[in-house]
Design a protein around this ligand. Structure first.
Ligand code: HEC
Length: 143
C-alpha cells in the first residue's frame, strides 16, 4: 500500500501548515495556499489613483515605481532623509527636482528628454514643489 511515504508527507505538510494533519495520507496540499504569507501591498498606478491629473498623474506614470512606498528610491532616500516619500516632502523646489531627474542623483539614473519631456518634468516638479500632498508616515519606507 506504499504506506512508507505517509509519515514523511504528513510531517512536511504539518511543518508548512503548522496545523493538525490528522490523516496519515499526506493529502493536505490544497491548504498551503491559504497558509501563505500576507500579500504584497499593491503598487500605486493610475488605476489605484484614478482621480490624479496633471503633474500628479505624470508623477505616478514616470516616478512612482521607484518613489512609491515600496520603491527603491524611497528606500534609499530613507537612509538620509527623515521624509522618504517625495510626495510627503515640504522642502523640494522645482529646480532641484528637475536637475535631480535630468542629471541623475546618487543611485537614481538620469531621465532623458526622450523619456520624460521638459513640459512633463516641469509639471511633475511643480507638483512636488507644491507639496506635501500626503502624510509622511513610517509606512513610507524603511527607517
Ligand atoms: C529607477 C528608479 C527611479 C525613477 C524612475 C525615479 N527615481 Fe528619483 N530617485 C531614485 C533613487 C534611487 C533616488 C535616491 C538617490 C540616492 O540618494 O542615492 C532618487 C532620488 C530622487 C530625488 C532626490 C531627493 C533628494 O532630496 O535628494 C529627486 C528630487 C527625485 N528622485 C525625483 C524623481 C522624479 C521627479 C522622477 C520621475 C520623473 C524620479 N525621481 C524617478 C530612483 C528613481
Amino acid at each position: 500500500m506504499r504506506n512508507f511515504a505517509a509519515p514523511y508527507a504528513a510531517l512536511i505538510a504539518a511543518a508548512f501548515l503548522l496545523a493538525a494533519c490528522t490523516g496519515g495520507d499526506g493529502s493536505g496540499g490544497d491548504e498551503t495556499a491559504a497558509a501563505g504569507p500576507p500579500p504584497m501591498p499593491q503598487p500605486i498606478t493610475m488605476a489605484s489613483r484614478p482621480e490624479a491629473t496633471g503633474g500628479e498623474a505624470k508623477y505616478i506614470e514616470y516616478c512612482i515605481m521607484c518613489h512609491g512606498p515600496n520603491g527603491m528610491g524611497t528606500g534609499l532616500l530613507g537612509r538620509r532623509m527623515e521624509v522618504s516619500l517625495l510626495e510627503a516632502r515640504d522642502n523640494l523646489t522645482a529646480d532641484y527636482v528637475i536637475s535631480a531627474a535630468r542629471l541623475g542623483i546618487g543611485n537614481m539614473p538620469s531621465i532623458p528628454r526622450g523619456e520624460v519631456s521638459d513640459e512633463d518634468l516641469q509639471e511633475i516638479a511643480d507638483y512636488l514643489a507644491a507639496g506635501p500632498h500626503i502624510e509622511p508616515t513610517p509606512a513610507g519606507g524603511p527607517q
